[in-house]
Design a protein around this ligand. Structure first.
Ligand SMILES: Nc1ncnc2c1ncn2[C@@H]1O[C@H](COP(=O)(O)OP(=O)(O)OP(=O)(O)O)[C@@H](O)[C@H]1O
Ligand SMILES: [Mg+2]
Length: 270
């Protein structure tokens, strides 16, 4: 049963209460209404998909969750309280990490160094002690390195840890970007088309990693994906957007049977 405390899925996973709630979100860019009065929530521990045709407003929605965009209207609630307008780094410190639709890695840096940048939100020691490589800064650095190595093992990229990212094939770059996001130990992970441009085998690998992250760390995941098979396999619930509006919201089965969703995907005229 879906109540305020949560519920158990058919495959025995525990879904908790509402972690984040988007309430009547509208986002305008000049005359363009990218998001038009959309509300939905994300529950603790779930894999929540956002789907919809190109230009539907999906990335804009993730950008609002991560603090990159400020909604023109509406509110974001975090654990039941209104989240004040925050800078992206402040949202990151609250435990939200993301990957980008267009890979955003440092191409000239190694995999290891790229993944280390994911720890930046955890680095607290002052510049002075860091400069002296002393005490707290040294402990922190060791913790960070240990954590990063765990993530690298988890995503099975040990063999490329010293390789510059620019030399990697596309599918592996996507995995490195996931590693960087995981390095931050997020409680909410936002993935903008994590499997776009991948072949079948790479998609299977990425799906498995996403499920493992959710399973092993209890990480809540919101992801945008165009491959319907992947979405249906991975997600607990799906929000469907079209032209900035929400046209469906429910389990994969509910959404699959929704006529408005079928029309949007078959390109029926609006
Ligand atoms: N920074 C921006 N400035 C102006 N318009 C924008 C901006 N970002 C998005 N838009 C517009 O908002 C609408 C929604 O774009 P968005 O990128 O959120 O769609 P999407 O669903 O992620 O599409 P895709 O599947 O192609 O990635 C589009 O019309 C887009 O042109
Ligand atoms: Mg997008």
């Amino acid at each position: 049963m879906k109540d305020a405390q949560g519920y158990v899925t058919a495959d025995g996973r525990q879904i908790g209460g509402v972690l984040m709630e988007m309430k009547n979100i509208t986002l305008r860019f000049g005359g363009v209404v990218a998001i038009n009065d959309i509300s939905f929530d994300i529950r603790e521990g779930e894999i929540r998909a956002i789907i919809g045709p190109n230009g539907a407003g999906k990335s804009s929605m993730l950008n609002i969750i991560s603090g990159f965009y400020t909604p023109t209207e509406g509110e974001v609630f975090y654990k039941g309280e209104i989240r004040p307008q925050m800078k992206p780094y402040e949202v990151a410190r609250m435990g939200v990490a993301r990957t980008f639709q267009n890979i955003a890695l440092f191409e000239g840096m190694t995999v290891l160094d790229n993944v280390m940048t994911g720890r930046l939100t955890h680095m607290n020691a002052g510049l002075f002690s860091q400069a002296l490589w002393w005490g707290r800064a040294r402990d922190e650095e060791m913790d960070n390195r240990e954590h990063v190595e765990r993530v690298i093992d988890f995503l099975e990229i040990q063999n490329i840890r010293k390789t510059p990212v620019g030399r990697l094939p596309y599918g592996l770059k996507k995995r490195v970007e996931l590693a960087r996001a995981l390095a931050a130990e997020p409680s909410l992970l936002l993935l903008d088309e994590p499997m776009a441009g991948m072949n079948v085998e790479e998609k299977e690998d990425m799906s498995r990693f996403i499920l493992d992250v959710n399973d092993e760390f209890g990480t809540t995941i919101a992801l945008i994906e165009h491959d319907m098979g992947v979405v249906m396999d991975l997600s607990d619930r799906v929000v469907v957007m079209d032209y900035g509006k929400k046209i469906g919201d429910g389990t994969p089965d509910e959404v699959r049977g929704n006529q408005a969703v079928i029309d949007a995907y078959l390109g029926v005229a609006h």
